[in-house]
Design a protein around this ligand. Structure first.
Ligand SMILES: Nc1ncnc2c1ncn2[C@@H]1O[C@H](COP(=O)(O)OP(=O)(O)OP(=O)(O)O)[C@@H](O)[C@H]1O
Length: 220
C-alpha cells in the first residue's frame, strides 16, 4: 500500500471543564503543505495546536499521522515521539541552557547539526547570541531562538503559535521567507496560528478561519 504522508485531525473535540473549546475539528495537512489558521483571541487556536502536538488529550475524535493514530480520547503518543516541533507563543526557552544549546536541543551533537544551528542562527541574526542565556536576550530575539530550535530539529510537521510577532518589519520578512523555504525544501507540513492576515497569506497555501472552536476554510 502507498504510504500516506499526511497529518489528519478528525472530528476533534476538546473541553476545558464543561466548556467545549474545540468542536468537531477536521483538518488535513500533507507533508510539504502549509496551512494558516486565523481567528480572534480565545477561539481555541492554541488549544488546537497543543492537542495536535500531544500536550492535551482530545475528548472526541482522533489525530493520525501517516495513517497511524497518535491521539484519541484517553491516549496520546508522547510529544517527543511525534516528529513535530512546536513554537509556543511564549518562546518557552530552557533558562539554564545557552542560546546555542537551546537551538541544538533534541539533536545529536554531530557536525551536521552544529552546521545547521550555525546557518539558522546566521539567517535569523542571532549568531552573536549563541553563548548568551535566555534571561539576557530580548523578546524578539527569544522568539527567533524558539523558531530556530524548531527548525533545527528538522521535524516532519512544524506547529507555530503566533511565531512572527515582536519582530520588526524587515526582520520579519527575512525570517518568514527563511521558514517558508526551509519547510518547502524539506517537505515539512506547517500549521501556523496567527492574527495577521498578511502573514497567513504569505506563508500558507491554505487559510482557515477559526470561530468559537469551529474551523472553516476561509471564504474570500
Ligand atoms: N489550560 C486551560 N484551562 C482552562 N481553560 C483554558 C485553558 N487553556 C485555554 N483555556 C480557555 O480556552 C479558550 C481557548 O483558548 P486558546 O488559548 O486556545 O485561544 P486562542 O485562540 O489561542 O487565543 P489567543 O489568540 O489569545 O492566543 C479560552 O476561553 C481560554 O480561556
Amino acid at each position: 500500500m502507498r504510504e500516506i504522508k499526511v497529518l489528519e485531525v478528525i472530528k476533534l473535540g476538546k473541553n476545558f471543564g464543561l466548556k467545549p473549546i474545540l468542536k468537531e475539528i477536521d483538518l488535513t495537512v500533507a507533508r510539504g503543505e502549509r496551512v494558516a489558521i486565523l481567528g480572534d483571541s480565545g477561539c481555541g487556536k492554541t488549544t488546537l495546536l497543543k492537542t495536535i502536538a500531544g500536550f492535551y488529550l482530545p475528548h472526541t475524535g482522533e489525530i493520525r499521522v501517516e495513517g497511524k493514530i497518535i491521539s484519541r480520547p484517553g491516549w496520546a503518543l508522547f510529544p517527543n515521539r511525534r516528529h513535530m516541533s512546536m513554537v509556543f507563543q511564549s518562546a518557552a526557552l530552557f533558562p539554564h541552557m545557552t542560546v546555542e544549546e537551546n537551538i541544538g536541543f533534541g539533536n545529536r551533537k554531530d557536525g551536521k547539526v552544529s552546521a545547521r544551528v550555525k546557518e539558522i542562527a546566521e539567517a535569523f541574526r542571532i549568531d552573536s547570541l549563541l553563548k548568551s542565556y535566555p534571561h539576557s536576550i530580548s523578546g524578539g530575539q527569544a522568539r527567533r531562538v524558539a523558531l530556530a530550535r524548531a527548525l533545527a530539529a528538522e521535524p516532519s510537521y512544524l506547529l507555530m503559535d503566533e511565531p512572527f510577532t515582536n519582530l520588526d518589519r524587515e526582520l520579519k520578512s527575512d525570517v518568514m521567507t527563511y521558514v517558508k523555504n526551509f519547510a518547502q525544501e524539506r517537505n515539512i507540513g506547517v500549521i501556523m496560528v496567527t492574527h495577521q492576515e498578511e502573514e497567513a497569506r504569505y506563508l500558507a497555501d491554505m487559510v482557515y478561519v477559526m470561530e468559537e472552536g469551529k474551523l472553516e476554510v476561509e471564504k474570500r
